[in-house]
Design a binder for this molecule. Structure first.
Ligand SMILES: O=P(O)(O)OC[C@@]1(O)O[C@H](CO)[C@@H](O)[C@@H]1O
Ligand SMILES: [Mn+2]
Length: 421
């Protein structure tokens, strides 16, 4: 919070500043005033953070404002009288980090007519353009695969499925909040690096996914009822890897519908909103590359025909651990229960799945989920925060000895599976 968060706020302020002329052209004087106000609110926020001030209740009137303020009261109740109020450096990291992004949103929506400005859009778009070569390689790979998909036997299908899952895993290296908003795009050809990256997968439960999906294939008529859900993480390159995977799931008939879950507000710099989702598909279509164009058209069609559905829910941008979803967002929990398999992308989802607690490394994943079992699920995440469960005895110690920062660099990854008992 001390180092990374102020950098992110400074970047947001700078972005507003650089768009001053655009605001003027669009909205005249009103746009300029709104820009000034937004900058002053964000500077105030940065100052509160850097001087470790108490966490203030939200003042806006959004659908989640009360839930946030109740959660803040709950944080307060965890402290004893002498501890005072929860403050920026004396509160759980997950809570204050989420709170910062919610406050950025609060600041912007108080500034019409620029109240729908996404301060992170520019970096998200930049990440996409800088990764364009890798995206083109991925799209080519997908198109070739789709053309020969009918000829693949069971083993080949499984191997292609695992490849695309690994691409989606390593795509998660490209988030922008870990780098303080600095560029973190994909510049190398990830398809041909997969073998070299395998040793860095510290939990690999992909076989469980295959067992599950191939069972569905055999028992359900032509997989027509198989619904899969992907709880998205970052836009840009990572989102493309997820879309490529989702496309393959349909063309291989491993699934019949894919439901994507994104964020309702700009979140952790690079997370996907509805605008990003549509923007990325549109860009893939118009990049000038023939195979990318075909991918983009195909994806647009999946959306049109309802084979792909995009959902967002306010719960994904609350600070709550997922074990409280049945109480806080019963509608979302019920929706997820319809899924045959839910993929949770990224580090933040993992922190929320496990409540961001200091679990023993050998704690079973099922236990760390603390009752969150809407459907079979798999976390696909590169490690960027100090929480990890389900390791073999001695595994964490070995990793620490060879690489002290293994938990936070994003170099290691997991496929961790859980199924309701
Ligand atoms: O969820 P993602 O995109 O994989 O990672 C988000 C992240 O980089 O943001 C925070 C950094 O402060 C950490 O929670 C986490 O490491
Ligand atoms: Mn993210």
């Amino acid at each position: 919070m001390k180092d990374r968060a102020p950098q992110i706020l400074t970047k947001a302020i700078d972005t507003l500043h650089r768009h001053k002329n655009e605001f003027f052209e669009k909205h005249g004087e009103k746009g300029m005033e709104a820009e000034k106000k937004a900058i002053s609110l964000l500077s105030k926020l940065r100052n509160e953070l850097q001087t470790d001030k108490p966490i203030n209740p939200l003042v806006d009137k959004c659908i989640d404002t009360d839930i946030w303020n109740q959660y803040l009261e709950y944080q307060q109740s965890l402290l004893s009288e002498s501890d005072g109020k929860p403050s920026w450096f004396h509160s759980p990291w997950l809570f204050v980090e989420c709170y910062m992004y919610r406050r950025i949103h609060e600041a912007i929506i108080q500034c019409p007519p620029i109240d729908d400005f996404d301060v992170f859009r520019e970096c998200k778009d930049k990440n996409f353009f800088e990764s364009q070569e890798s995206i083109s390689i991925l799209c080519t790979h997908l198109q070739q695969l789709t053309r020969s998909i009918e000829d693949l036997d069971e083993n080949q299908l499984k191997s292609e499925f695992f490849k695309l899952l690994q691409i989606s895993l390593w795509g998660n290296k490209c988030d922008l909040s870990l780098s303080g908003g600095k560029s973190s795009s994909q510049k190398t050809d990830v398809v041909s690096s997969l073998e070299d990256l395998k040793p860095f997968i510290v939990v690999n439960e992909l076989e469980h996914l295959w067992t599950l999906l191939s069972r569905y294939r055999k028992t359900r008529a032509k997989a027509s009822a198989v619904r899969m859900d992907i709880v998205l993480d970052n836009s840009g390159f990572e989102l493309v890897t997820d879309l490529v995977l989702a496309d393959f799931l349909l063309s291989s008939k491993l699934a019949a519908e894919i439901h994507f879950h994104g964020k309702t507000i700009p979140w952790f710099v690079s997370d996907t909103t509805l605008h990003d989702f549509s923007w990325v598909i549109e860009q893939v279509k118009h990049c000038g590359d023939k195979l990318m164009f075909q991918c983009g058209v195909g994806w647009e069609n999946h959306v049109k025909m309802g084979r792909w559905a995009y959902h967002d829910h306010v719960f994904w941008t609350l600070p709550h651990a997922y074990c409280s979803m049945p109480q806080v967002a019963p509608d979302l929990y019920a929706e997820l229960q319809k899924s045959c398999l839910i993929l949770f992308k990224g580090d933040l989802n993992y922190r929320k799945l496990t409540g961001d607690r200091k679990w023993e490394f050998t704690t079973p994943f099922h236990q760390a989920l603390e009752g969150f079992h809407p459907a079979p699920l798999c976390s696909i995440r590169t490690l960027k925060a100090e929480v990890q469960v389900g390791l073999q005895p001695g595994q964490a110690e070995q990793l620490t000895a060879s690489e002290p920062n293994w938990l936070t660099t994003g170099k290691y990854g997991i496929f961790q599976f859980d199924s309701p008992l």
